[in-house]
Design a protein around this ligand. Structure first.
Ligand code: CUA
Length: 324
């Protein structure tokens, strides 16, 4: 069974098959007992109805019956526990040769860090096929939860501690194109599955599974600025990719933070009473150290700090400048 069923999405990791077997075993055992118990109840309801049996005469004691219903469930529960625990341990302990990546949840985006990275790659995770990948997860603010249904992987991302998941993808979904430095295809969805604030439902990311060669090429090329594209356009892409759009609009309406429309050059007043005319340096500081200057009326909105390469800052600022 590889394809999606009515209840479960298609199996895309090595963990999925045994988890689904366990799930369907428990499901059908439950269906069987539901039908048997409700069926017996209905049967007795009719058979011992008050018009035929006005007085109840239950047996006082029946050793065989009592022993049977005490020990029969054990025969079902022992294998459930055994296979459940085995599967749990397998899902918890990553193979020692796994590629180690990090993921950080924040309101409201997923930041991925490939091995050795100090700068985040937001919203899009690229992993090689048929290689175990271990994600060490942390949160920058509140409780989030990392969930990729096709991988059968779901785990809370907790502030102040690390948690981890691992998976080994079964099939290629996407291709890396070195010419425009992009990964395209039909990626899997990654959800945040713990309510974490007003934009929780938009805290989404994509998981691209690529061939081993594509993965190596992607890692080698991922921090290269795109060529032959206007800087503001690159900035517009980064604005979406870094999930700036979950808090800042570009049409003038306020959201969690101030809108970017008409921001550049305008005079901004701060909570401490000072003000500044918005220029490149103010924008740069507001991205790297968002708490340095709090715009009046936006006190207590804790924008997370971003770590971005200079060309990315240049592009974002150019984009904001273009939003007249
Ligand atoms: Cu993060 Cu919901």
């Amino acid at each position: 069974m590889k394809e999606a069923t009515v209840q479960l999405p298609r199996q895309m990791s090595t963990l999925a098959e045994s988890i689904d077997h366990m799930y369907y075993f428990i499901f059908w055992v439950s269906v069987f007992f539901f039908v048997a118990i409700i069926g017996a109840a209905l049967y007795f309801l009719v058979k011992y109805r008050a018009s035929k049996h006005p007085h109840s005469t239950p047996p006082g004691h029946h050793d065989v019956l009592e022993l049977f219903w005490t020990f029969a469930p054990l025969l079902l529960l022992i294998p459930m526990f055994h296979y459940g625990f085995k599967g749990y341990v397998k899902a918890m302990v990553a193979p020692s040769d796994a590629i180690e990546m990090r993921v950080r949840g924040k309101q409201w985006a997923w930041d991925f860090y490939y091995p050795g990275d100090t700068e985040a790659s937001p919203s899009e995770l690229v992993v090689p096929v048929s290689r175990p990948v271990k994600m060490t997860m942390s949160s920058q603010d509140v409780l989030h939860s990392f969930y990729v249904p096709e991988f059968r992987v779901k785990r809370d991302v907790v502030p102040g501690m690390y948690s981890s998941v691992w998976f080994e993808a079964l099939e290629i979904t996407s291709k890396y194109n070195p010419a425009d430095n992009k990964v395209t295809g039909e990626p899997l969805d990654l959800f945040c599955t713990e309510y974490c604030g007003t934009s929780h439902s938009q805290m989404l990311a994509k998981v691209h599974i690529v061939s081993e060669e594509d993965y190596a090429a992607f890692i080698a090329g991922k921090d290269r600025p795109p060529e032959g594209k206007p800087l503001a356009e690159v900035g517009a892409e980064l604005y979406k990719k870094n999930a700036c759009n979950t808090c800042h609009t570009v049409d003038g309406s306020p959201l969690v933070g101030p809108s970017f429309k008409g921001l550049f050059g305008k005079s901004e007043s701060f909570a401490d009473g000072s003000s500044v005319s918005v220029d490149e340096n103010y924008l740069r500081q507001s991205i790297l150290q968002p708490q340095a200057k709090i715009v009046k009326g936006y006190e207590g909105k804790n924008m997370p700090a971003f770590v971005l390469k200079d060309w990315k800052l240049d592009a974002l600022i150019e984009y904001i400048k273009s939003l007249k």
